[in-house]
Design a protein around this ligand. Structure first.
Ligand code: FAD
Length: 320
């Protein structure tokens, strides 16, 4: 069976959920071989083996922390040359997409970004994408070289699938370009205790209807009752009510959670582009004609200042 390389996104050895989702998809098209780089790389092996990695290629060097993505591209290229995989899967984070694009260029392959599903095809893996502001769903395959595919978080379930997960050291020689861009400082973002927006299983968003920065407290309260991340429309962000890092949409982040709750958001095409692949969509809007209602699984026509606090209380009561 062909091997499929999975790039491991981890923080000091703690594997992030999108990588475990990639292992689920990788098993559909071959045998997953994980590539873990940097500090704590070897510590990822147990979690990766538990979720189907037959092998874990590891390499640690200070370059991964000191320089931007090129050292990681060098390492993935070395892994591709060693394994000759059927595909390379990378999480669709900002960093993941940069790594994937550079890798595809290096190895002369085609790339598919932001896939939301993956299946085996007669002529190689077939990826499903949601394109043109989510107006179309396409199925594509790479016809040149080793397919490099980035996959959006929440596109697959995390499944337990115990495998050998044998750790092997990857041999990497860094290119001249690897040290071209040095990291001069890192500032940790203030933690809200909420999940990362693009990885969250539930996202609760607020738009212009929230009508003020201080009113986002009711959006946050609903989010916290559900263990959700908070999103915002561009109108809310442009008004200075919520940070740009939380913007959902064409010029913000693209999310694909199990549940997306839009409050006081009209459903403009540019907002849809970032949330239309959510599995279940709920909207609260006082205008029954708002375009968001064309998209929803459940809609509440009502004033969010009445509906959202009641919903939050009900969830808290039911949770006990
Ligand atoms: P509005 O469209 O003003 O809608 C507010 C909604 O709130 C209305 O439907 C109203 O009925 C409802 N409402 C008001 N009060 C209440 C209440 N008390 N209770 C319940 N409902 C209430 N937008 C994005 O979101 N993300 C993007 O990334 C993005 N990128 C863009 C890129 C470009 C190039 C362009 C041109 C636009 C982009 N936009 C983006 C902007 C987009 O076109 C819309 O203007 C924006 O999404 C509107 O935000 P909104 O739905 O919050 O506001």
């Amino acid at each position: 069976m062909a091997e499929v390389l999975v790039y491991v996104d981890h923080v000091d050895g703690a594997v992030r959920k999108p990588t475990l989702e990639l292992l689920t998809l990788a098993r559909r098209i071959g045998e997953p071989v994980a590539v873990a780089l940097g500090a704590g790389a070897a510590d990822t092996a147990a979690a990766l083996a538990e979720h189907g990695a037959v092998k874990v290629l590891t390499h640690d060097a200070s370059e991964y922390a000191e320089y931007l993505v090129v050292p990681k591209v060098d390492a993935l290229q070395a892994a591709v040359e060693q394994v000759s995989p059927a595909a390379v899967l990378v999480p669709s984070s900002a960093e993941g997409k940069e790594i994937a694009a550079r890798l595809a260029l290096r190895i002369g392959s085609g790339i598919i970004t932001d896939a939301v599903d993956l299946e085996a095809g007669d002529e190689g893996p077939v990826a499903t994408q949601s394109v043109f502001a989510a107006s179309f769903t396409t199925k594509s395959r790479v016809s040149k070289g080793t397919p490099v595919i980035t996959v959006k978080p929440n596109s697959a379930a995390v499944e337990a699938a115990p495998a050998a997960g044998a750790v092997e050291a990857l041999s990497v020689t860094f290119s001249d370009k690897a040290t071209g861009t040095k990291v001069t400082g890192r500032t940790a973002r203030e933690s809200t205790g909420r999940p990362e927006l693009t990885e969250a299983a539930i996202v609760v968003s607020g738009g212009r209807g929230v009508n003020g920065a201080e009113n986002f407290a009711i959006i946050e309260a609903l989010a916290d009752s559900l263990g959700a991340a908070v999103g915002a429309s561009r109108a809310a962000v442009d008004a200075g009510w919520y940070p740009h890092t939380n913007q959902v949409g064409q010029t913000g982040k693209s999310v694909s959670p199990q549940l997306y709750i839009a409050n006081g958001i009209s459903g403009a095409i540019q907002h849809r582009a970032g949330m239309q692949t959510s599995k279940t969509i709920v909207a609260v809007n006082k205008d029954a004609e708002a375009p968001i209602f064309d998209l929803v699984d459940y809609g509440v026509v009502g004033d969010l200042f009445d509906v959202v606090p009641q919903l939050t209380e009900e969830i808290k009561t039911r949770k006990g």
